[in-house]
Write a protein that binds this ligand. Structure first.
Ligand code: ASP
Length: 406
């Protein structure tokens, strides 16, 4: 227990040490040292987190569904969760667009020459094809490819079927809870290593990203971070206070470990174990957090939505395009959908940005202009993504408690 409470402090110290060591290496010309000898330890740590992410999401969701006990409650929690995710993501888009337009109108964005920009976009098959692809044909493939949307569908089906099978599914039920207990132990161990991951990644980022490209894109980065900040302060403080009955200070203090962790790992999926601890400390119901957090780490990406809006306005301005009101509505819709489709892994939001640009007819190759600093954008957007998941688990817990008259 003592150790658990100390983790945020350890992570904070690791973060500060990482920045200091990163700066020293940067000025001493030792950036390669951080890439060759520090980053690999961060990579080992993130690999460990990724390796448990499929069982964590699968078992946590099935366990959450089984603890809720009936599919009616699962449905009611599911509807509230998805509504919260969609509304907050749409608000995030509006905030991102508003700020980007202010920066653009004030000529704060640099105008970069995009003629040599190169970026190979991934093909999107359209909305219906994406919908079909969420349903797996072979569940082992979903696991090995870590296709998290498919894993969620599998968890929903299995959870529902175990409940429907009643007593005859007792063995399966016991297997799920026993496996989950093992995975939780493993998770606790891996999380206890997180200061090492935070320290090594931070030192590497600081030592390697201090180049001219960062300076030239500084205002675009500032615009995105302002968006993250406004969203956190307005939307999450508001929902913590109004819906979950928690003071914003308490909320951010409680979510701190997951926020720092997300910031350095740039992966919502990898942060899931830490988010679960934070949500539990803040008073989220276990069964609800077990359902909401894995779902959120896969589909709820407010930070990604803000980034996609800011990047779209910026790249449009580089292409000499001024977005009309109609096009901005298209941005809100496509960025909301693109953020849902974004995997909770490093850099995924930039890949999905192509979908938004394509919808507006902006050359996807322009992503090449911002690819070098994506990690900087990604740190902030992942931090916000994870904070949103924790906020949602608290709000839905509170709504369910009030509904049950508790
Ligand atoms: N890295 C983000 C996350 O894991 C996704 C993104 O790239 O926007 O939440």
């Amino acid at each position: 227990m003592k150790k658990k409470l100390n983790l945020p402090m350890q992570i904070l110290i690791a973060l500060i040490l990482g920045i200091v060591v990163g700066l020293v290496c940067y000025f001493a010309g030792l950036a390669d040292f951080t890439t060759n000898f520090l980053k690999p330890f961060g990579d080992i740590f993130v690999n460990l987190l990724k390796f448990i992410v499929v069982p964590v999401v699968l078992l946590s969701m099935i366990d959450g569904i089984l603890s809720m006990g009936d599919m009616k409650k699962v449905g009611s929690v599911g509807v509230k969760t998805v509504a919260y995710f969609m509304i907050t993501t749409a608000v995030a888009c509006v905030i991102g667009l508003a700020l980007a337009n202010i920066f653009n109108a004030a000529h704060l964005f640099p105008v970069l020459d995009a003629s040599n920009a190169q970026y190979e976009a991934k093909e999107f098959g359209g909305f219906m094809a994406t919908l079909v692809s969420i349903f797996p044909t072979n569940m082992w493939k979903s696991f090995t490819e870590a296709n998290m949307l498919q894993v969620i569908v599998i968890a929903l089906f299995f959870g529902g079927a175990i409940i429907a099978a009643g007593d005859r599914a007792k063995l399966t039920r016991d297997i799920v809870s026993s496996f989950y207990a093992v995975i939780e132990k493993l998770m606790t161990f891996i999380i206890s290593l997180s200061p090492i991951g935070v320290f090594t990644y931070m030192a590497w980022v600081v030592a390697t990203q201090g180049s001219e490209i960062l300076v030239s894109l500084l205002l675009v980065i500032i615009c995105a971070y302002l968006g993250y900040l406004v969203h956190a302060i307005v939307v999450y403080s508001f929902s913590a206070r109004m819906f979950a009955g928690i003071s914003p200070v308490k909320f951010f203090k409680g979510a701190f470990a997951a926020m720092i962790f997300a910031f350095t790992s740039t992966s919502s999926a990898a942060t899931l174990p830490v988010s679960k601890e934070c949500a539990a400390e803040l008073g989220a119901e276990d069964d609800i957090a077990a359902f909401v957090l894995p779902l959120g780490s896969t589909i709820n990406m407010d930070g990604t939505a803000i980034y996609q809006c800011v990047a779209t306005v910026f790249l449009a301005s580089c292409a000499g395009i001024q977005l009309t009101l109609g096009q901005m509505i298209v941005v809100v819709i496509t960025a909301t959908l693109a953020s849902i489709g974004t995997a909770g892994t490093p850099g995924a939001g930039m890949i999905m940005l192509a979908m938004v640009l394509e919808a507006l007819g902006i050359p996807v190759a322009y992503i090449g202009l911002i690819v070098a600093v994506d990690r900087i954008f990604d740190m902030g957007r992942t931090c916000l993504n994870v904070t949103g998941d924790i906020a949602c688990s608290l709000c839905v817990s509170k709504w369910q408690r009030s509904e049950a008259g508790k």
